[in-house]
Design a protein around this ligand. Sequence first.
Ligand code: NDP
Length: 246
Amino acid sequence: MGKLQGKRALVTGGSRGIGAAIAQRLAADGADVAITYQRSADAANKVVDEIRSTGRRVMAFASDNADDRAIESVVSSVAAEFGGLDILVNNAGIFEVGSLEKTSLEDIERNLAINVKAVILASRAVIPHLGSGGRIINIGSCLATRVPGPGIALYALTKAALIGLTKGLARDLGANGTTVNIVHPGPTDTDMNPAAGEGAEGQRQRIALGHFGSPHDIAASVAFLASEDARHITGAELAVDGGINV
Ligand code: NDP
């Protein structure tokens, strides 16, 4: 029996990259899984088909994190359909670079809405469903704690904000037996940050292990934090970054 048998999970941004790997891993460990995505319906359907073929319940929602109310509506639908919710993985995010003085108000608001506000709203919506064994797992970034170059202040801010949210919620929800943790990926080979992309070599040189992570590396850590094995871990930051910040 899988370690997450009987658990019900929602993974935001589960159509591609890290989120797709997390959704597939949680399902492989026995959980029923719902995912959100913004526009990649074909990719989302592929993830759904793969999970369904394992016998788990699965759903996908086109839901834009930039829309304040959309994620709350997804949480209610998933909880109603699954008969509850045990695990929330706040994974969806965008990475936009540029100097702050050239960043428009609209850009600032979009980055905060997708990377921060939606995480707050999803967490707020899921809390009433969580009890003993409940899990909120946020996906941060190695850039939340160390900024190695220019142009990423806004992104670093959004991911650093999630650390405060994680620690505060760990305190708030501890008495209910719900844990709240944050995983900080380092450079991970996805559409957002391809290992063969421009700028990849500079990142690689700073990684102690000398290579990009795979989405499965992040998914394995999330699956651990979601499991009973991690029941005494809360408010923690787990770097899965190949040692880039060592
Ligand atoms: P990708 O760009 O490869 O995938 C992003 C996922 O998020 C997709 O499923 C996408 O949906 C979804 N998404 C994006 N914007 C929205 C939105 N407005 N509403 C709903 N869903 C949305 O990213 P990664 O897999 O690389 O990144 C996942 C997380 O990991 C992010 O939070 C990122 O900041 C973080 N991270 C990534 C690192 C890396 O090197 N890759 C390093 C550190 C952190 P759709 O397919 O529909 O566009």
